[in-house]
Structure formats: C-alpha cells, structure tokens
Design a binder for this molecule. Sequence first.
Ligand code: ATP
Ligand code: MG
Length: 215
Amino acid sequence: MTDHESPQGVSEVDKESAKNTKHKKAMEKQKAKVDANIDRAQEEKGIMVLLTGDGKGKTSSGFGMVLRALGYGQRVGIVQFIKGVQKSGEELFISERFPEVYFHQMGTGFTWNTQDRSGDIAAAERTWEHATKLLTDPSYDLVLLDELTYMIAYQYLDEAMILSTLQNRPFEQSLIVTGRGGGSALQALADTVSEVKDVKHAFRAGIKARPGVDY
Ligand code: ATP
Ligand code: MG
C-alpha cells in the first residue's frame, strides 16, 4: 500500500477523479435544467417585485436593484413612504451623485413617532401623487416604492386605488415595493415575492444601528 492508498486499496487520486466525474455529471444536469428554464422564460415585460417579511434586507435589496438599473443607464424613480430621523446613506449618495434620479420622501417620521393620524394621511396622499407621476410615465424603467406596504396596512391610502395604479403602470416598467405585510392582494399582483426572514438582528443584542449597514 502506497502513501496515497486507503486501506481498501482505492487511491486518493482515484477518489478525487470519481468526485470530479460525479460533479461534472451533476453540473451537466443542472445546466440542462437552467438552460431549459431560460428557454421557457421568453416574455418581455416589466416585473413587479415585492420585498416583504420581518428580517433586515428589504430596502437595501431595493436599492441594490436601483444600482443595477443605473448601471444600464436606465431611468429610475424612488418614493419613500416612511422616513427615519437620520438621513440614509442611499439618500445622501443618490442626491449628491445621481441628481437625475427622481427621489421623493414622505418627509414625516415613522408613524409611531408622529402619532398624528390625519397628518400622516395627508402626507401619504401628497406622497402618493409622486408615485402616481412615476407610475404613469413610461420613460421610467424602474420605480422603487419603499415602505409602501404600511400605507395599505394603516389604511392611509385606498388599497384598491393603489393596486389598480400599480397594475396599470407602463408595460415595460419594473416596480419594487418594500415593507412588512401589505396583504395578499399585493402579493398576488407581484410577479416576484421574497419574504426576508428574521433569524436574528444585532439590535436585539444591544448593538447600535450603524451608518452604512442599517441606514
Ligand atoms: P434595510 O433598510 O436594512 O434593508 P429593511 O428595509 O428590511 O432593512 P425595515 O423594517 O424597513 O427593514 O427597517 C429598517 C431599519 O430597521 C434598518 O436599520 C434595519 O437594520 C432595522 N431592522 C430591520 N429588521 C429588523 C429587525 N428584525 N429587528 C430590528 N431591527 C430591524
Ligand atoms: Mg425598509
């Protein structure tokens, strides 16, 4: 028995080569599957993505797609329905370096801070006007409606009116909606729905929110 042989007499080299062959076969199978799926997905239309759930990563994922769209020279519009006291990194970056991006924020704080229902509703309605402007303009390739779900959940805006505006947006326009909840009708309307699961969050271990990570 040489150094490279196991007690059963199969050399380590043979084992590696068997593993490589198995891997290649599995990858061939996987590639055939992926290729078949790519062939099947032939429809060209704007996609509505809903990013929901209790975990961290919804807004930042939305801005990740904004970055992708900008990379292709696409026209992007962003409306944020809830704003923290702190300016976010994405707001600072976009307003300073990408003034061509349409960026509107509701301007009021979180509803648990304002504690003013009628003021919030008026602000929501004013903000929705900005969303409507984007959702009726085919020159926008990508629209991000950040935290829109809360406007439905708190009944600040009419759900049927929101859904019909989203549905009737320009055919080629993609749309991202973020926020917890939002209801089953919004989920049904979306083409892609991802639920970010909260497994753990640093905040609950007493770690302070950090610029560049949390805002
Ligand atoms: P992000 O903006 O980081 O992508 P998000 O959009 O998924 O987060 P929101 O509910 O909009 O989450 O809350 C935004 C802020 O709250 C962020 O600072 C984020 O780190 C924090 N946060 C998100 N999820 C949780 C959680 N489960 N527990 C505590 N804080 C959270
Ligand atoms: Mg968010």
